[in-house]
Write a protein that binds this ligand. Structure first.
Ligand SMILES: O=C(O)CCC(=O)C(=O)O
Length: 278
């Protein structure tokens, strides 16, 4: 008998054609609330820690949390508001357990293309009411190719913790944008060069994913996506679990091994920002 929750033939065809698949009503309201409560608890824990420098790199504002072995993203326009946390599975067993839920793990096998998979990385997006900013147009692949030899096969399951719509900055995807490898990126040095050049992409291709809390969007690492600011009174939170072929290290393991380099890179970026403009 086949395993529950595996992709149907139709979903496999849509994943190949569009680069993403939406499943509605995957998690119950009680389950989604349990996840959201764990997200809030983790944020409280994080806010209680001593702050390190916040450094703007590309469109992001990062803080390296050595105690947590994690990167905190702050809202660049509201630097006291958390935008996201990556990775988090190693610091929140409560959230990690959802990554292994068969409703994500089993379809994850179909997306990665083999049954032997493991977690690669995981992100929280907070996107708070009124202050949640945009997540710039990008593909995940350029960010991951340096640390994951199978970055082209990594697939993300994005769980919506709140009802998402255009007003609160839902995910926007460009169906079919995953078929041509990497799209043109910004001509800049370093981390910011992972971001896409918006002048070279037809933004009319983007479709807002207006979806209910508890739904899951599965998408591959070449899918072009972004999200716009939250202009509403409602938070738009999400958990993103990314799966890979088994045998590769997780991003938390990579993170731990590269803590010193990350620290140096952020310090160099911070020093550059302090240089007087020419
Ligand atoms: O939550 C979102 O808007 C998308 C998050 C995302 O794509 C990312 O963090 O790379």
């Amino acid at each position: 008998m086949s395993e529950p929750f595996r992709f149907t033939e139709d979903e496999k065809a849509r994943m190949a054609r569009d680069g993403y698949v939406l499943r509605n009503d995957v998690f119950t309201p009680a389950e989604t609330k349990a996840m959201a409560d764990a997200v809030e608890a983790l944020e409280r824990e994080l806010l209680a820690l001593k702050r390190n420098d916040k450094v703007t790199v590309g469109s992001y504002m990062f803080e390296l949390q050595q105690e947590m072995v994690s990167m905190v993203k702050w809202e660049p326009h509201f630097p006291d508001v958390v935008q996201g946390i990556e990775p988090f599975a190693h610091i929140s067993p409560e959230l990690k357990k959802w990554a292994h839920d068969a409703r994500l793990w089993n379809p994850g096998k179909d997306c990665v293309g083999q049954d032997d998979i493991n977690l690669f990385t995981e992100k929280i997006t907070m996107k708070r009411a009124h202050t949640g900013g945009d997540i710039i147009l990008h593909q995940d692949y350029p960010y991951w190719r340096g640390s994951n030899k199978d970055a082209d096969r990594v697939v993300t399951a994005m769980i919506q913790l709140d009802d998402a719509d255009v007003a609160n900055g839902c995910l926007e995807v460009a169906p079919g944008s995953h078929t041509v490898g990497m799209h043109p990126r910004k001509q800049t040095e370093g981390f910011g060069s992972n971001e896409m050049d918006m002048d070279q992409f037809d933004l009319k291709r983007l479709q807002p994913m207006e979806v209910k809390a508890g739904s899951v969007i599965f998408f591959g690492s070449f899918l072009v996506h972004r999200s716009l600011p939250n202009r509403s009174d409602r938070d738009r939170r999400a958990l993103l679990f990314s799966y890979q072929p088994a045998g590769n290290p997780t991003s938390a393991e990579n993170f731990k091994a590269s803590m010193k380099q990350r620290q140096e890179a952020l310090a160099a970026a911070a020093a550059k920002q302090k240089e007087p403009a020419e």
